[in-house]
Design a protein around this ligand. Sequence first.
Ligand code: GDP
Length: 487
Amino acid sequence: LTTFSDEARIALDTVAGRATSLFTPSLRLGVTGLSRAGKTVFISALVHNLVHGGRLPLFEAQKSGRIARAFLEQQPDDAVPRFQYEDHIAALVDQRIWPDSTRAISELRLTIEYESASGWNRMFSAGKLSVDIVDYPGEWLLDLPLLGKSYADFSNEAFELAALPVRADLAREWRTLSADASADADADELTARRLAESFAAYLKACKLDERALSTLPPGRFLMPGDLDGSPALTFAPLPGLGATRARPGSLHAMMERRYEAYKTHVVKPFFREHIARLDRQIVLIDAMQALNAGPAAMADLERAVTEILACFRPGRGSFLTDWFSRRIDRILIAATKADHLHHESHDRLQAIVRRLADRAIAKASFTGAAVDVVAMAAVRATREGTVKQGGETLPVIIGTPLAGERIGDQTFDGNTETAIFPGDLPKSVDAVFEDHRAADLDEVDPAVRFVRFRPPKLERTAEGVTLSLPHIRLDRALQFLIGDRLA
Ligand code: GDP
């Protein structure tokens, strides 16, 4: 699948990468996750805490006072949009609203000057590391398996998945429309567009809050970037495709050509230019939302994590990884938004994520990189307290629910601090994963229900200095992702 030019480019990139790394060591950190998983908030909080010397006791270099300073520099890739850090921080800190989410790829270079822990390293290294943070939609990553699939495979799998109980009702309109379309009929732009739009509407419906299903390719149908409306995005699966070749001039032939164009012009360049150059990766997951939506959503999240891990699986002969010029050696699977739970539940959430990761690792036959998990909150929007009720002292979380959020018949105005009983996670990790195929949506009892909170009000010191954004275990994530490079 790789062409000569692909390989030549990667060889050159690798040489160029090594040459620059002789001057300032750099580390490319990929940040991904499905939409709303928390990528924008994570990157903003990470940079803010490093630049402002936040409280990061589990991040060894910071704890031992070896970080001289951390600052933003110009990014190395001129053709990639910059991650709009300043806008996002202004939203979070000044306005106390959540920043705009990731819609496409972006990049930010954070440089850390530090003193090496070992005398030997101190003599030989300048004590400077540039971390190039690359933010990109997980939806795009999930396109990679398409490279190994023919249009017929892609179509048949899409119809199989759409028939699952948890998706069937959402897919009904698209499936009815498809049933009327004949693959062998003459190609027709209007039919192609109608099918593509209906298919995209079904994919989008799967993402909605109460269903919280993870995604199906093609990823750009959900996150088009700058490709909205292009022919490469105007295709859809067709039903009942066998091994027979498409008749030239037919709808089948047209759809197949566009599917192949999507792979050539969208998926391959993205992988080659961005993913193949990463050193480390964090995969953010919204486990809270999936838990809230029930076992079918958990199973779906597990499927997505399995496919994401498979994208990073190294190995000779794998068409995906022949492209890797650098090799990803650490992957962190992180469940954010743990601030919706009392700290007593954080370990339980982490155990659930660990089980999910273990299952995904086994299914993807993943080897090659160290995989760790963490339950964290990049931005902690709540604090903890207790409430006395009927002689019992009960743990609560206290925060300002977003305007319009509701509990029972109370609707919040966005300015009222409120104590809330946090959701309770299932006692047994197994219960979370049980019997998802048979799960009937109506019978699923949500494990946790939560309201969304506004970002926190930042504390000021006596001198009037605003402290950095509070978090839960962000430092643990940092230590795993970059700690060893600051040794
Ligand atoms: P992206 O699509 O992956 O970039 O997701 P965002 O970073 O924009 O996060 C989506 C939403 O999740 C935000 O608007 C917040 O409502 C919520 N969120 C993300 N991270 C946190 C967190 O650490 N704590 C809390 N309480 N909410 C979060």
